[in-house]
Design a protein around this ligand. Sequence first.
Ligand code: ACO
Length: 353
Amino acid sequence: AAMTSGAARERLDMNEYRERLEARLGKSREMMRVVLNKAKSDPKRVALAEGSNEKMIRAAYQMQEEGIAEPILVGNTTSILRKAEELGLDFDPTIANPRDGEWDHYVDRLYELRKRKGITESEASELIRRDSNYFASIMVEIGDADAMLTGLTHHYPGGLRPPLQVIGTAEDANYAAGVYMMTFKNRVVFCADTTVNLDPDEEVLAEITKHTAELARRFNVEPRAALLSYSNFGSVRNEGTAKPRAAADILQNDPDVDFPVDGEMQADTALVEDILEGTYDFAELDDPANVLIFPNLEAGNIGYKLLQRLGGAEAIGPMLVGMDKPVHVLQRGDEVKDIVNLAATAVVDAQQE
Ligand code: ACO
């Protein structure tokens, strides 16, 4: 009898688990649908720097089939076509092969941009022909593509550095940052910075907050931002807690900021309505925050992974904000659906240009 009830309980747990999984995926699908529909209304050219990668080819096929983007696979033409055929994908992809064709103007542009940063003309030529991240970055910089995706086969900083060097930050930005959108059953939060800035000061934190709030609006989410720390509104005062406090101050005094923001505060203060309405009823936030700004890269990177692995959130990202053109650097091991989701986000970004 004990065995039966154990098995029954397990089955019940499994059902409950499945239901929860369904609900959670429902929310993330709903969030992504907003972006996928926007992307389809005006698809843009997305350069896939790792064009010979099988997942990239599958993703390109899906983007083209569904009209989400016009993918450009950067890589060797013969090998891309052979792989597409092996994968049984019946399509005629746009390919840019850095090893053939006339790419002298790409070399010239890279040299122009980087000659005072230590690159010689022959090095620029090598980079264009052999490093597809430089090739794709120039492609976007020159306007032959509207957005770029890379990262599947690279160590994250290695994929990030070429676009930082070539495309750089937007006019109103000095720092790029990586944002993850985490979806739960009835809730969505945007976490930043999870991938770029090791030890941001208050200016960087303030900028990241603004860009993350803008990104939330692309998903039709009205942002409410919290600068996180391990203290609440000055309850512990030191160099660490001072930065998010100062960042909140900068944002609250910025006439361009049109969303509620406060800090520094602990994560539970940011997320639990009773705490915001009770002990800290003076806070600028009346409802729980949905833009969570972490005090440094350790906290941000660890935090979003805990939400994903223990909290059961679905993660979409890392979406790079603050860049002059839409660029996203994937993580090694990301799946086709992650690539397509980020491509859609990049297309929506490119539509605003
Ligand atoms: N925002 C915008 N541009 C930047 C930033 C930034 N935060 N940091 C550097 N840059 C620019 C620089 O201005 C420079 O441009 P320039 O050459 O035209 O002057 C260019 O990028 C290269 O800068 P470097 O200082 O040479 O590059 P650095 O070696 O510092 O690398 C990088 C920059 C890659 C962002 C580095 O800070 C880094 O490694 N960050 C952490 C990445 C990481 O490990 N993330 C966690 C794991 S990722 C994950 O979990 C998905």
